[in-house]
Design a protein around this ligand. Sequence first.
Ligand code: ADP
Length: 245
Amino acid sequence: EQKYVGDLIILKNITEFKELDSAKTTFISTISHELKTPIAAIMMSLKLLEDQRVGQLNEEQFSLTESIKENSDRLLNITGELLKLTQVETGKLTLSPKVTKPIELIHYALSATRVLAERFGCNIEVEYPEKISKLFVDSEKIAWVITNLLSNAIHYSKENSRIIIGAYEEDKRVEIFVQDFGKGIDPRYHQSIFDRYFRVPGTKVQGSGLGLAISKDFVEAHNGKIRVDSEVGKGSRFTISFPVR
Ligand code: ADP
């Protein structure tokens, strides 16, 4: 038989863990900074290697340098993401907002992913209304978010897939979306994909699991929201939305 005798309250001092956490953030930030210089040097040497004046590369050598280049790009991207993350965690995220047309952000993302989209043979359509309010955002940060969503859409779709990027206004909010017809995401992961380092189990595409977490931080720093609608086998639609002033 169970009998209620009272409550038990356990208090635990977590100062130690908080300190560890902030030490970890500082550590990541320092390492990312330190990595940038040697990676830049590698890329510089690569550029020189591909310069005809240094000497002619044969086909195999050229394809090897291409592979080094791709991987250095990836390294640079990851260190960039880690740095962005530590900015948020240390409260050093500063916004420089200015009046921006949503289409400018979309165009930025389209040009930043052009090469990738061509490589995957993606057909990207733009849906944009005649009238839509301007936004007051840090355009660099929000353009980065949309670029990230578009790059995910390309990576997580089959080749020659259709992708739609667009914007519309509804209930005093501007909504910008990226829709793909790729593999989709199981509903049980719709929350966790926005967590740091989380990747849907079995994901084969290379990645860090940081893009969506940083995107969420950037969007929420603007009082915006990010959400996903997705069905396995049908595709995913990521939407960011901001209140209109
Ligand atoms: P990364 O792509 O580097 O792993 P993200 O934070 O951008 O990191 O994404 C987290 C995870 O969410 C991905 O690993 C992938 O499993 C899933 N995901 C993100 N975007 C899509 C998408 N458009 N379609 C299917 N899965 C996606």
